[in-house]
Design a protein around this ligand. Structure first.
Ligand SMILES: Nc1ncnc2c1ncn2[C@@H]1O[C@H](COP(=O)(O)OP(=O)(O)OP(=O)(O)O)[C@@H](O)[C@H]1O
Length: 366
């Protein structure tokens, strides 16, 4: 297994890229450490598959370097890079048995048969394929085929990394959960470097210790699921992580007050000074629905909002509110009755993030 470094990496599918929008990967620096369980999370089209294909060697980057343990591998073909890749749809040989399919990557590199057997049995055991080993792959269900495909990715223990490109898309939802846990177990047992691509935050956080969130060809944050939740580094991470995502209000200062349009926003002095001192017109305050304090009665420092709708989700409710011109969502727990008509909101300063030009700016109160 190797440490994978991406150095000043950029890629455009166009012959003569002119602007940042022409790049599927905008210049980035990133390190995947040896032995890590990582997720690459982002919406469709943000560049996830492009990045994986650059790492595995299926695609040569327009500029920058890919280093494995410090060695530049840009010009090495995929087979020389020792990367295992598992795709969205099963890549298996239908006419071979499950055993032979799993053995294939090992036999390909001339592994002794005794070792082949050992590894195939081990991987089949983890993926619960032992009972299927003698069956021809063409007779398997779609789920089973994808398990075999994953097994083929996992069977070699000498690879630099295993890259998973949305491997559970075709899998039945109930089995999905189980397989994600399995992958995590395999990671711990075999000490592999794994990069798991997905657009699903739940999938990313159940599998990975650290998540790289991609947006418009860039990794905008690389952190633990908790860090992404508590301190989103970029407004996109705030929107994308959490359910519902973070609330953002465009703000400015007027007469020594923080205003979202025509609505004063009650925040502490430091945050107000930071908003006033921001050198941009693109200034936002972000607060997660979980951290808004909601009261049915007027409270000191409470901002009056209209309650538009309450969505009961069993153990909690999501309140859809209107604060001046802004739609705001707040989460309240089951022990609190959702207010009707009017609500009074407080934004605790330690849970409010300041975003200038979409990136988080630290203020002293934090
Ligand atoms: N072969 C290609 N030729 C030209 N443009 C491409 C090619 N492959 C991808 N792109 C473009 O590059 C950008 C990134 O695509 P990519 O497939 O890497 O994103 P993704 O995050 O993996 O999306 P998805 O989850 O939909 O697969 C998109 O704008 C896409 O249209």
């Amino acid at each position: 297994m190797a440490e994978i470094t991406l150095k000043s990496l950029a890629h455009s599918y166009l012959a003569n890229p002119a602007s940042p929008e022409d790049y599927a990967i905008r210049e980035m620096n990133h390190v995947w450490h040896q032995g890590g369980a990582y997720a690459l999370l982002g919406p469709s089209g943000c560049g996830k598959s492009t990045l994986l294909n650059i790492i595995s060697g299926l695609l040569e980057p327009s500029s920058g370097d890919v280093l494995f343990d410090g060695e530049r591998v840009n010009s090495l073909p995929p087979e020389a890079r020792n990367i295992a890749q598992v795709f969205q749809f099963p890549v298996i040989y239908d006419t071979m048995t499950v055993y032979d399919n799993l053995a294939f990557p090992l036999r390909n590199v001339k592994t002794p048969e005794a070792r082949v057997r050992e590894r195939v049995m081990e991987v089949a055991d983890v993926l619960e394929l032992t009972g299927q080993l003698r069956r021809k792959a063409k007779n398997l269900t779609a789920d089973e085929k994808q398990k075999v495909s994953m097994g083929r990715g996992l069977v070699r223990d000498d690879v630099s990394a295993i890259l998973f490109d949305e491997p559970l898309t075709v899998i039945d939802p109930q089995l999905k959960w189980k397989l994600r846990r399995k992958l995590k177990e395999i990671h711990q047992r075999f000490n592999l470097t794994m990069v798991y691509v997905t657009h699903d935050q739940l999938e990313a956080s159940t599998f990975a210790d650290k998540i790289a969130v991609m947006y418009e060809g860039q990794v905008v944050q690389f952190g633990t699921p908790r860090e992404l939740f508590e301190r989103p580094n970029h407004t996109f991470v705030g929107y994308f992580i959490g359910s519902p995502g973070m609330n953002f209000l465009e703000v400015s200062t007027r007469d020594d007050r923080v205003m979202a349009g025509e609505t004063p926003i009650a925040v502490g002095t430091r945050l107000r000074e930071a908003v006033a001192g921001a050198r941009s017109r693109n200034v936002k305050l972000g607060i997660r629905p979980e951290f808004i304090e909601v009261s049915g009665e007027p409270v000191e420092g409470g901002m009056e909002a209209a309650v538009e709708h309450a969505q009961d989700l069993g153990t909690y409710s999501i309140l859809y509110l209107r604060l001046g011109e802004y739609a705001v969502k707040a989460r309240i727990e089951e022990d609190q009755d959702p207010p009707e008509g009017r609500a009074y909101l407080r934004f605790p300063d330690n849970h409010v993030g300041l975003y200038v030009d979409e990136y988080r700016v630290e203020t002293n109160h934090e």
